[in-house]
Design a protein around this ligand. Structure first.
Ligand SMILES: Nc1ncnc2c1ncn2[C@@H]1O[C@H](COP(=O)(O)OP(=O)(O)OP(=O)(O)O)[C@@H](O)[C@H]1O
Ligand SMILES: [Mg+2]
Length: 347
């Protein structure tokens, strides 16, 4: 369904020419990208702010027409600044050296579990770490971090992140009404995300790890547009259905110029308690091969582990509960890799 909508969008958009470059808006035009998430359409237009006036009429027409496509629930046009302007125009202000978004195409592949354990692992390297739960559809970081209270406001009307295990934690779930998130529209999500940065007393951090909702929607695009993302990490399970969606995520980040720091393969295999054999339940090496194909670093594989699921449910991340265990070692290895490449980039 999404693919059909996408091809209809491009059928219409290619009739338009970019007023500045004179290129038509088709898939190979890097300045124009369309993404769909459950019927909500996001169009990213990469243009200079000074040129906005040339695009007003076209944006309006495009929006009106895309809205008519059956199955489209909303249309949001996001303009992203040209590369050389990006630094000055970031709206989300925070004193942090690195912001890393944890993303996936498909839901339920282990983003939140990874985000939590990567954060704890980075903290164990002596770094100051914050974790931001930006999952508008199902915020799960407070539970996985063993947090049950809500944040308070300081005298500057900023929310104070809740601390546990030495990490600062904020969740978009703390400020959302528990209404159905499917009725959320772009502008509301963008506003809530801005509040997560500018309305929170983060202090100074080495890392802010962001747990994203699945897919390629408003949250992903506005973060790419408004925050200084160091890069994203894509989590995927090894089977084709997950990889097809992961590919969409990879393409989206490429289009909006967010560096992909690497792919992590979660639920790679299962070692049976009884027979001690390794079972490749979701196929073998799928995400690893995908990383190679896309020339993206492969950051590591994480097996299916019953204890880790239990630790998540209990709000004691495995890197806290069993810091010397094999699973924790996997996360620490990945954290060291990421930190050394971040340090190299900064120096
Ligand atoms: N390697 C693993 N071994 C065992 N259980 C896991 C593993 N990774 C994740 N899980 C469990 O799978 C479930 C889904 O994981 P998680 O919530 O981290 O995924 P997600 O990608 O964040 O999902 P969503 O898209 O809904 O936000 C959780 O119950 C989690 O504890
Ligand atoms: Mg999650």
């Amino acid at each position: 369904m999404s693919d059909e909508i996408l091809s209809l969008i491009y059928t219409f958009s290619r009739k338009f020419k970019d007023p500045k470059s004179n290129l038509s808006f088709e898939p190979k035009n890097k300045n124009f990208s369309a993404f769909i998430n459950k019927g909500n359409v996001n169009i990213a237009l990469q243009i200079s702010n000074n040129d906005m006036k040339f695009y007003d009429d076209m944006s309006r027409l495009l929006k009106q027409n895309i809205k008519q496509i059956p199955g489209v629930l909303s249309v949001n046009i996001i303009t992203t600044a040209e590369k050389d302007q990006i630094k000055e125009e970031k709206k989300y202000k925070i004193d942090v050296k690195n912001i890393i978004a944890i993303a996936s195409g498909k839901g339920g592949v282990g983003k939140s579990t990874f985000a939590v354990n990567l954060s704890v692992a980075l903290k164990s390297l002596g770094l100051k770490v914050g974790i931001l739960d930006a999952d508008i559809y199902g915020p799960s970081i407070p539970r996985m971090m063993g947090i049950s209270k809500k944040p308070e406001m300081n005298k500057n009307k900023k929310l104070i992140p809740i601390e546990n295990f030495g990490l600062k934690c904020m969740s978009i779930g703390f400020i959302l009404e528990p209404e159905s998130p499917t009725i959320w529209r772009g502008p509301m999500i963008i506003k809530a995300l801005e509040q997560m940065f500018n309305g929170v007393e983060w202090g100074s951090l080495d890392y802010l790890i962001i747990d994203l909702p699945p897919g390629t929607g408003d949250a992903q695009l506005s973060l790419a547009q408004n925050s200084k993302l160091t890069g994203s990490i894509i989590i995927s399970t090894p089977q084709q259905v997950a990889l097809t969606d992961a590919r969409k995520g990879i393409n989206m980040f490429k289009k909006v110029d967010v560096k992909i720091l690497g792919i992590v393969e979660n639920m790679s295999y299962f070692i049976c308690d009884n027979c001690d054999q390794t079972h490749y339940i979701f196929s073998k090496d799928g995400a690893k091969n995908e990383a190679e194909k896309n020339k993206i670093p492969f950051l590591g594989d994480i097996p299916i582990d019953k204890k880790m699921r239990q630790q998540s449910d209990d709000g004691r991340p495995c890197c806290i509960d069993d810091p010397e265990g094999d699973m924790s070692k996997k996360f620490i290895e990945i954290a060291k890799n990421i930190n050394s490449s971040a340090t190299t980039t900064h120096s």
